[in-house]
Design a protein. Structure first.
Length: 136
């Protein structure tokens, strides 16, 4: 199985107070299945963890550990998104271009989409994808 993991799920693996059943299920799958992420993934994840660090939710060491856990899962970066498909999905589902890139990738790869974002989860379902989320 191929799994597209968005930054909300990956960040929850590093943020102890953000754990959820869907994130834990995605982590279990990520340990044995292929993970694919869009090129924006690492930028989003680093930003979320850096903001959490600045707000005192994580130490610098915990940020390093969180990033290392995700690096060890070896997510494959797919930078070949279809710009027009991303824009179309963003318009149709009122998503950011960032979130639409996860949706476009999951559709193109026929992958399961893991997200903690309500709007993205509903968009995935309406596009006929299997979605792992606490939001649906």
């Amino acid at each position: 199985m191929t799994l597209v993991v968005d930054s909300s799920v990956a960040a929850s693996w590093a943020l102890p107070d953000e754990s959820s059943p869907a994130a834990l299920k995605a982590l279990m799958l990520a340990r044995s299945d292929r993970i694919v992420v869009p090129s924006v993934f690492w930028h989003e994840l680093r930003n979320v963890l850096l903001v959490a660090e600045r707000r005192g939710r994580l130490t610098a060491d915990e940020t390093q550990t969180g990033i290392s856990v995700i690096v060890d899962l070896s997510p494959e970066i797919d930078a070949s998104d279809d710009h027009f498909a991303v824009l179309g999905l963003a318009r149709r589902h009122l998503l950011t271009a960032y979130d639409a890139s996860y949706l476009e990738l999951a559709k193109r790869k026929g992958a399961v989409l893991a997200t903690l974002d309500r709007r993205l989860a509903h968009a995935g379902l309406s596009e006929g994808l299997q979605v792992i989320s606490d939001q649906v």
